[in-house]
Design a protein around this ligand. Structure first.
Ligand code: UDP
Length: 260
């Protein structure tokens, strides 16, 4: 957890992964502070801040991959995505107010960006999807400044082309939609050179905004059934989704271990 404006946040540790106990309001205030801080800097620019949207899959992956765990530990903000994170938080008596997801976050951040004059850049997803996402968002939030859109790829040989576009666009906020953990590794690897105040990995959020993929209806989200909707609409994800019961089992085992 970093310096600026953090006095109000607290940390929740789930299976060794530290998650910030923030809601959307506080997340937006932190982003606001980081953008202002970078815009106000005269000589030495503050580094690009990294936000990770941590769900149970992230936590299971971090158990298996110490490099991914290190990326999450270095991030400036790990927000609680995923109903499983809220469940685990309740179990340890540190309930969270709400999920802070990339799929909702892209709307909330763009709404704030339109009122504050921040420039946003949409990087990732299949060719053309970022442009469609930008069209939806600018229609919804008049005045939103989209500094650029580019599918690109997280492969190393794409970096120089992406960097040139970002340097020309000079965004305040960079949304990266390469799916986890690739997007989070990519931001971590390049963030010293990223010309933006904040970079956030948003997974499949562009696909949802652009209408390429269907998000679960609100009632399913409310009943914590978003995973079921994903399984029905994207059945090829079944192997990845086995991480959900693994997460539950590891959480229960940890509790047992602590009680013993
Ligand atoms: N993606 C991409 N380049 C890659 C791999 C993935 O642009 O090399 C995009 C893909 O098109 C999709 C997103 O990354 O838009 C991944 O979405 P997913 O729902 O799998 O991410 P998650 O929410 O699970 O992190």
């Amino acid at each position: 957890m970093n310096d600026f404006c953090f006095s109000q946040t607290q940390i929740l540790n789930i299976l060794g992964v530290e998650i910030d106990r923030v809601d959307f309001a506080l997340t937006l205030d932190l982003i606001d502070a980081w953008v202002m801080q970078r815009r106000a800097a005269c000589t030495v620019l503050p580094p690009c801040r990294q936000i990770c949207t941590v769900n149970p899959e992230f936590i299971v992956d971090a158990q298996r991959d110490p490099n991914f765990a290190a990326v999450l530990a270095r991030a400036d903000l790990c927000v609680p995505d995923g109903a499983g994170v809220l469940w685990a938080a309740r179990r340890v008596g540190l309930p969270l107010r709400e999920r802070v997801t990339g799929s909702d976050g892209i709307y909330r951040i763009c709404e704030r960006a339109a009122t504050r004059g921040w420039r946003v850049f949409l990087l990732g997803a299949a060719p053309g999807v970022a442009e469609r996402t930008a069209a939806v968002l600018t229609g919804r939030y008049p005045g939103l400044m989209v500094a650029g859109c580019y599918a690109g790829s997280p492969a190393d040989d794409e970096w120089l082309a992406i960097r040139a576009r970002l340097d020309a666009a000079a965004p305040d906020i960079l949304f990266v939609a390469y799916g986890h953990p690739r997007q989070d590794f990519w931001i971590d690897r390049h963030r010293a050179q990223l010309p933006t105040a904040v970079a956030i990995g948003v997974g499949g959020a562009f696909d949802f905004v652009a209408g390429v993929a269907q998000r679960a209806p609100l009632w399913m989200q409310r009943f914590n059934l978003e995973w079921l909707h994903r399984l029905i609409t994207q059945p090829w994800r079944w192997r990845r989704m086995l991480k959900l019961p693994v997460f539950v089992a590891l959480t229960l085992l940890q509790d047992k271990g602590e009680q013993a």
